[in-house]
Design a protein around this ligand. Structure first.
Ligand SMILES: [Ca+2]
Length: 419
């Protein structure tokens, strides 16, 4: 009796194990996929752009513009956490998770991620804050936690005119001022107007600095984007002391500025390093149409104003009206009619798995944030975020908390976080 009970119990135990294994094995593959989706996913919806383009120019390759749409699946919430910034131009996370924000007039703020703002922090030289100038971008030094050094770009104002400059200064212990501000690079020459200063600043993985500049807009200065003897319409690559990075592409070219990394840019207000590949990506404003995303390689010419997908504001063609030329780089992606791309950031956190390595770009006149999904250096999906907010999005930064933070010309600080 005792022995038969034991056998029956063993039989049922075995049956349970077999049943368990069978169930696990037959779990539908589709369900597993839902639990473990593979990102990035290409877009499958209609392109987000529905307006007529400015020109009849055709893209150089399929998917260079008006790519398929995509929609964020993860529930998220949008909050305005501050609305009293004065013309903010840049937002970036500090190592402790708070945000450094520049204001164009020449001050900086520190914000908590709940939107509590410091008083305006002074300590900068006089900036040319007319039109597109001012105190522009900010980036903490990689060793900020010990050095307290911050790096900036600004439109420096002098009696000879203005230019895009790069400077550094130390955030005082009590966080009330920037101390010993020093200019370490000037995108020469000085010029008396107030347009197309670029600019963004970003550290590469080696601790050197990339800076984008503009070609100062006028027909007189525009050709300088194609010449290597000046700092207009360039990406600059310098050490934290402002010296050319050894190995820069034009260090041995007679007459070229040794700080130049790439050229042929119009007005680049977006720059970021891809979190996985380490490549430098850049956004730049086209004229009417032809706003671009470029992946930057050393020594290359990105075409302005010889080739462009945009036209003059007057409606005329730019120069010969061509979009491709041997030896000039094609944009990875372009918009026509418009994005007006300003600051941008790659997303690297695990909080939104579907956003990982996506590129988020602030749109000014288009008044939304563009999300681009990228696979193998090609854009495969585009989404518009915060369209209903009706704001000019000037810059975006990824928070240490995996939220996205954005500042607008109207003075708002947004947080976009997982619900
Ligand atoms: Ca170009």
């Amino acid at each position: 009796m005792k022995r038969s009970t034991h056998i029956i119990r063993l039989f049922f135990q075995l049956l349970f194990v077999v049943f368990f294994i069978t169930c696990k094995g037959s779990e539908p593959a589709q369900k597993q996929e839902e639990q473990n989706p593979q990102y990035p996913k290409p877009g499958t919806l209609a392109p987000v752009e529905t307006q007529k383009p400015n020109s009849d120019y055709k893209p150089a390759f399929e998917g260079q513009t008006r790519i398929a749409g995509i929609k964020t699946e993860t529930p998220y919430e949008v909050s305005v956490i501050a609305d009293n910034l004065v013309k903010p131009w840049a937002v970036i996370s500090l190592p402790d998770g708070r945000l450094a924000i520049t204001e164009k007039g020449g001050t900086m703020r520190i914000a908590t991620t709940s939107g509590s703002l410091s008083s305006p922090i002074p300590g900068f030289p006089e900036v040319d804050d007319r039109n597109q100038g001012g105190l522009l971008d900010v980036a903490p030094a990689p060793d900020f936690e010990t050095s307290r050094m911050l790096y900036f770009t600004l439109a420096e104002r002098t009696e000879q005119g203005s230019l895009t400059a790069v400077g550094k200064g130390k955030l005082s212990a009590d966080e009330t001022k920037i101390e010993n501000f020093q200019i370490i690079f000037r995108a020469i020459p000085y010029y008396d107007n107030s347009m197309h200063f670029g600019s963004r600043i970003v550290f590469d993985k080696q601790g050197n600095i990339f800076v984008s500049t503009g070609e100062r807009s006028d027909l007189a200065t525009r050709p300088k984007a194609q010449l290597l003897d000046n700092g207009y319409g360039k990406v600059i690559h310098i050490t934290p002391e402002g010296q050319p990075v050894p190995g820069n592409p034009f260090v041995n070219t007679p007459g070229a500025l040794p700080e130049i990394y790439s050229y042929g840019h119009r007005n680049a207000q977006g720059l970021d390093v891809h979190p996985e590949t380490g490549d430098l990506w850049l956004s730049e404003m086209g004229p009417r149409g032809g706003d671009e995303i470029n992946r930057i390689e050393p020594g290359k010419n990105y075409g302005w104003a010889t080739i462009t997908y945009g036209i003059e504001y007057s409606g005329k063609k730019v120069n010969e009206g061509i979009t491709q030329k041997e030896g000039l780089e094609q944009p990875v992606y372009y918009w026509d009619p418009v994005l007006s791309p300003s600051g941008m950031t790659f997303y690297s956190s695990d909080v939104f798995p579907e956003w990982k390595n996506n590129l988020f770009i602030g749109g000014l006149s288009s008044k939304h944030i563009a999300r681009l999904v990228i696979i193998d250096n090609k854009v495969v999906g585009e989404e518009r975020l915060l369209e209903s907010e009706n704001q000019r999005f000037r810059d975006l930064g990824e928070g240490k908390d995996g939220a996205l933070y954005a500042v607008t010309d109207e003075g708002r600080l947004y947080r976009i976080s997982k619900k």
